[in-house]
Design a protein around this ligand. Structure first.
Ligand code: DGL
Length: 281
C-alpha cells in the first residue's frame, strides 16, 4: 500500500447535492477518507455561465489540493460539464473525475432503443455535456435533454414526493415526454439533486422508462482508478469524512439530512473562504 493511500479523496459540489455522490462513495469504498467541499456561498451553479463555473471549480479544487488529496471527484454535474479538462490540465499529477462521463456511460448501457433522455440544470443542458458524452459513446443514440432547475429547490426543501410534487414534476417533464424524437426508454438524472425526487420522477415517466443516476457509476469509476494507481486504502477501519463549506454551516447541516444517509453534526463542518485562490500557473 502506497503512503498516499490514506490521503482523502477530495469531493466538491456547489452545495449539498454532491452528498448523493458521497453516499455512493461511502457505500462502495467504506475505508476511504473523504474530504467534501460544498461551495454553499455561490450555489446554484446551474444558472451560471461556463466561465464562472470553471473559475469556481478551479478555486474549489485548489482549496482541496492544498489540504492534500489523492484523487478529485467533481460531484457537481454542472461543474463536471465544463471543468474536468481545465482542472486536469492544472493538476496533471492528480486524477480528476467528473460525474457526466460515468452518467453517460450508464445511460448507454441501460438503453435498449437508443432513445435517451437527460434532465439536468440549465447550464449543463446548454453546454451539451451529456448530449456530447452520450453521442461519443453511441453515435446511434438520440438524446433529448431538458433543464429542470426547479427540482433543485424542491429537493433541498425536502419536497420529494406527494401529489403536489408529482404535478410539478409532471409539468416540467411534459416537453421531454412529447418531444417526438422517439420514445425514450432511459432517463439520466444529470443533476446531483434529482435522485432525491426519484420516486416522483419514476411515477411521472412510467415504469417502462429506466432511471439512471451517475452517483453509483462514479463510485465504481473511482474504485477502478484508485486500484489501477495502487492508491486504494486497504485499512479495515471505516474512513473519516470531513466537511468544508463556504457559507454558514447551519443551513448545510439542515439541508444535508435530505441527501446524506449519515447524520452530520454542525460542529464538524468548517467554514472556509476559497474566493481568494488564483489558479496555480
Ligand atoms: N450540483 C448541481 C448539479 O449537479 C445542482 C445544483 C446547482 O445548480 O448548483 O448540476
Amino acid at each position: 500500500m502506497s503512503d498516499s493511500s490514506s490521503l482523502p479523496i477530495g469531493v466538491f459540489d456547489s452545495g449539498v447535492g454532491g452528498l448523493t455522490v458521497l453516499n455512493a462513495l461511502r457505500k462502495r469504498l467504506p475505508s476511504e477518507n473523504l474530504l467534501y467541499l460544498g461551495d454553499t456561498a455561490r450555489v446554484p451553479y446551474g444558472t451560471k455561465s461556463a466561465s464562472s463555473v470553471t473559475r469556481y471549480a478551479e478555486q474549489a479544487a485548489t482549496a482541496l489540493v492544498e489540504r492534500k488529496i489523492k484523487l478529485l471527484v467533481i460531484a457537481c454535474n454542472t461543474a463536471s460539464a465544463v471543468a474536468v479538462e481545465p482542472l486536469q490540465a492544472i493538476f496533471p499529477q492528480l486524477a480528476v473525475m467528473g460525474v457526466v462521463g460515468p452518467g453517460a456511460e450508464a445511460g448507454c448501457e441501460v438503453t435498449r432503443n437508443n432513445n435517451i433522455g437527460v434532465i439536468a440544470t440549465e447550464s449543463t443542458v446548454n453546454n451539451q455535456a451529456y448530449q456530447n458524452a452520450i453521442l461519443k459513446l453511441n453515435p446511434e443514440a438520440s438524446v433529448s435533454a431538458e433543464a429542470c432547475s426547479l427540482f433543485v429547490a424542491l429537493a433541498e426543501e425536502g419536497w420529494h414526493e406527494g401529489e403536489l410534487v408529482e404535478r410539478i414534476v409532471d409539468k416540467c417533464l411534459q416537453p421531454l415526454k412529447h418531444r417526438g424524437l422517439g420514445k425514450i426508454d432511459t432517463l439520466v438524472l444529470g443533476c446531483t439533486h434529482f435522485p432525491a425526487l426519484k420516486s416522483s420522477i419514476a411515477a411521472v415517466m412510467g415504469e417502462e422508462v429506466a432511471l439512471v443516476d451517475s452517483a453509483e457509476t462514479t463510485a465504481n469509476a473511482v474504485e477502478k482508478t484508485l486500484g489501477q494507481s495502487k492508491l486504494l486504502n486497504l485499512s479495515s477501519e471505516k474512513g473519516e469524512v470531513e466537511f468544508l463549506v463556504t457559507d454558514d454551516p447551519l443551513r448545510f447541516a439542515r439541508v444535508a439530512t435530505n441527501f446524506f444517509s449519515e447524520s452530520i453534526d454542525v460542529g464538524e463542518i468548517q467554514q472556509v473562504d476559497i474566493q481568494h485562490f488564483n489558479t496555480p500557473d
